[in-house]
Design a protein around this ligand. Structure first.
Ligand code: C2E
Ligand code: CA
Ligand code: CA
Length: 687
């Protein structure tokens, strides 16, 4: 449940790069939104100004039209009154005025037909025509007045002038009325537009403002979310996903910080490395869900037993580490280790299942560079740092690892790193270790192959791969000089994988050339404690496309006795893959035969110290003979290594030993030399 919760919460958390992308997308969308709004506002403004201009133009035209009509109206009415006046008191001035108004009227009507619509044009034409009639009538009236014929004048006035004027007015009035109506409408339109403008402008302004605010809020929220996700990513990079505890990186950082602080003060610090002995069993038998919850509980229990100022970290798998940065004479690193051992030995309850664990704890304590005498330090087993080794997290962890390894091997709950007890690698060794680490990266390791032949027929039946280090200054270094160092630290893990990788690529080359030959690779005790190894080997076989029966592994008796249950599990899994398993250096250790019988073993390799001397030391000859008999009874193939003479080979053949390996047959050879050896041998045999 807890695991599920932790996992789901982890899955829910957003990676910052995703959020970055989302933020960019949203900002783009918001930007597009703003553009659309601005475009709409712009379009509205444009439309409104054009509409206003249009209406204003229309209003101006209507005004001039109305003026023209007004001019026409007043000219006509002025003419009408002049006509009256002329009847009463004729004078040339009146006639002249009348003519002037004539021109004014014509101009006004011309203006009407120019400015107005087609309807106005028609009106103007009609008015023009009507005015001509009116004018003719007035002319006749003027003539009658000039002749002094007032009766005739009155008659013309009543019968022609007045009616024609009335007709003229009846056409003009509605036109004027229409133009005025038009002007009123224009005015209303203008007013409407103006009020719409004045109402809409603040609305547009406010919505723009609102949109900007919303965008600011959204991007602010996103920014906060992004910051939170970034903080989460930093947290994730420094913490173990399952338990939420600091991971190796953060732990190393805290150790380095504590080391610096301890150099300034008199404080001592302790690093404890904890390996759970039976954890894999839980994982394998009950499943990962149980394993995961157990790890969480282990982390919680250790944290609860320690102080807040201590750091509990999970380095990976079932490996935890603890930093105690305030050791005193009251609180020694051993106290902490003893307390943890007690805590971890209490039964755990995982989903109703009671589980017992054992832990191996390696403890290391720093001594500040300016530290006082070691024997009055605050730790029970004080340790002096090497004068020429700079203490850092890596060195402390390496030492804790050595101590942890000793604790595991000796079945002690915890062991404090103590160079006096042989835990301490010499400076030379430490340099070697650093060099070796680089050697792995720089591909300075290579393999030599030593042939294994059938003791009966002499046929080549396989090779043993033996690692060599082409050191840049020291030349070719033999494994005895660096394998034990690699074994005492975690480095042997990657070294073995590297050797396996090289061996399998050679196996592939030989198989492709139609000369397939099994290659035996040596495994170390530490490899047999690494539950990942079977999977890694299986992956390598697949990667190289090499069948499992072309790979043999050699393990020593002592490697098995370190943690027989675990070693047995791993060997079973290797055997299930199809690998051949040999017990190396057999006879030199103390493996009980019963123990061997339960393991998936195919081959025994008699230790070379017996074989080399078997013709000189009768006791060794007895051992060789007994091992051959015993092995055969257990249906195991027997390999004798250290065959240095023809006599030994013959004797072994007589004793029905199956396979022989040794300098007499060949020394371990570089691949090119091995090819030559093989060809020479094959041509000799065929001859
Ligand atoms: P080993 O597995 O017992 O390998 C046999 C060693 O005996 C080899 O030494 C080989 O050169 C030597 N030898 C073979 N025939 C004779 C002989 O007739 N007379 C004598 N006196 N010696 C003979 P080498 O190559 O120096 O390896 C030493 C040890 O280093 C190996 O002993 C093995 O335990 C370890 N080793 C070598 N390569 C690897 C490796 O890749 N991984 C691991 N974990 N250990 C390795
Ligand atoms: Ca070997
Ligand atoms: Ca051997």
């Amino acid at each position: 449940m807890i695991t599920t919760l932790l996992r789901s919460s982890f899955r829910r958390s957003v990676r910052p790069q995703d959020l970055d992308r989302r933020l960019v997308n949203r900002s783009r969308r918001a930007g597009a939104g703003v553009l659309v709004v601005f475009a709409l506002v712009g379009a509205f403004m444009l439309w409104s100004s054009q509409a206003t201009a249009h209406v204003a133009r229309r209003a101006a035209v209507a005004q001039r039209l109305s003026d023209a009509y007004d001019d026409a109206t007043s000219a006509a009415s002025a003419q009408a009154s002049l006509e009256h006046e002329y009847q009463l008191e004729p004078s040339p001035w009146i006639r002249e005025s009348f003519r002037q108004y004539d021109l004014a009227l014509a101009a006004a009507l011309q203006q009407v037909s120019r400015l107005g619509a087609s309807s106005d044009e028609a009106v103007a034409e009609h008015l023009q025509a009507q005015h001509v009639i009116f004018q003719d009538a007035v002319d006749q009236l003027f003539t009658a007045v000039d002749q002094g014929n007032s009766g005739r004048a009155r008659q013309i006035h009543e019968q022609d002038v007045d009616p024609s004027y009335n007709v003229f007015q009846s056409v003009l009035s509605p036109a004027v009325e229409a133009v005025e109506q038009q002007a009123r409408e224009n005015l209303t339109s203008l007013e409407r537009l103006e009020s719409m403008n004045s109402r809409l402008t603040p609305v547009v302004f406010l919505s723009g403002l609102l949109l900007t605010m919303i965008m600011a809020l959204i991007s602010g929220g996103q920014r906060r979310q992004l910051d939170a996700a970034r903080a989460q990513a930093v947290h994730d990079a420094l913490h173990d996903e399952l338990t939420g505890l600091p991971n190796r990186r953060l732990f190393a950082d805290r150790v380095d910080q504590a080391l610096r602080a301890s150099q300034r003060s008199d404080h001592h610090l302790g690093v404890l490395l904890i390996d759970l002995d039976r954890f894999k069993e839980v994982n394998d038998t009950l499943g990962h869900a149980y394993g995961d919850e157990l790890l969480i509980q282990v982390g919680q229990r250790m944290a609860a037993a320690l102080r807040r100022s201590d750091t509990v970290a999970r380095l990976g798998g079932d490996e935890f580490a603890i930093l105690v940065s305030d050791l005193t004479s009251e609180r020694t690193a051993e106290d902490v280790a003893a307390k943890l051992t007690g805590e971890l030995s209490r039964t755990f309850s995982v989903q109703g299942v009671d589980l017992d664990l054992e832990a191996s704890i390696g403890v290391v304590v720093n001594v500040p560079v300016n530290g006082g005498p070691a024997d009055d330090g605050p730790v029970a087993s004080p340790v002096r740092a090497d004068a020429d080794v700079v203490l850092d997290a890596a060195v402390l962890l390496q030492r804790a690892d050595l101590a942890m390894y000793v604790a595991k091997a000796s079945n002690l709950g915890y062991v404090v790193y103590d160079p006096g007890a042989g835990h301490q690698p010499s400076p030379v060794t430490l340099t070697l270790l650093g060099d070796l680490r680089r050697a792995l990266d720089r591909q300075e390791l290579l393999l030599h192959y030593q042939p294994k032949i059938s003791a009966r027929t002499g046929d080549l039946v396989g090779v043993e791969a033996l690692v060599r280090w082409q050191h840049p200054t020291r030349g070719l270094v033999h494994p005895d000089a660096f394998i034990p160092v690699a074994e005492r630290t975690g480095l042997i893990g990657s070294l073995t994988l590297h050797v396996l990788d090289m061996a399998l690529s050679t196996a592939r080359i030989w198989a492709d050339a139609g000369q397939a030959l099994p290659i035996a690779v040596n495994l170390s005790a530490r490899n047999l404690m690494d539950e990942e190894l079977p999977v890694q080997i299986s992956d390598l076989l697949t990667a190289h496309g090499v069948p499992a029966d072309l790979l043999h592994v050699e393990v020593t008796e002592s490697a098995i006795t370190l943690d027989p249950a675990r070693a047995g599990r791993i060997l079973n899994r290797l055997s299930a893959l199809g690998l051949t398993i040999s017990i190396d250096d057999f006879g030199a250790g103390y493996t009980s035969l019963a123990q061997l019988r339960d393991l998936p073993i195919d081959e025994l390799k008699i230790d070379r110290s017996f074989v080399m001397t078997m013709l000189d030391e009768p006791a060794n000859a007895v051992i060789v003979r007994s091992v051959i008999e015993l092995g055969h009874n257990l249906r195991l193939a027997i390999v004798a290594e250290g065959v240095e003479t023809a006599e030994v080979l013959t004797t072994l053949s007589d004793l029905h030993c199956d396979i022989a390996q040794g300098y007499f047959i060949s020394r371990p050879l570089a691949p090119v030399d091995f090819e030559t050896w093989r060809q020479t041998r094959e041509s000799n045999v065929s001859r």
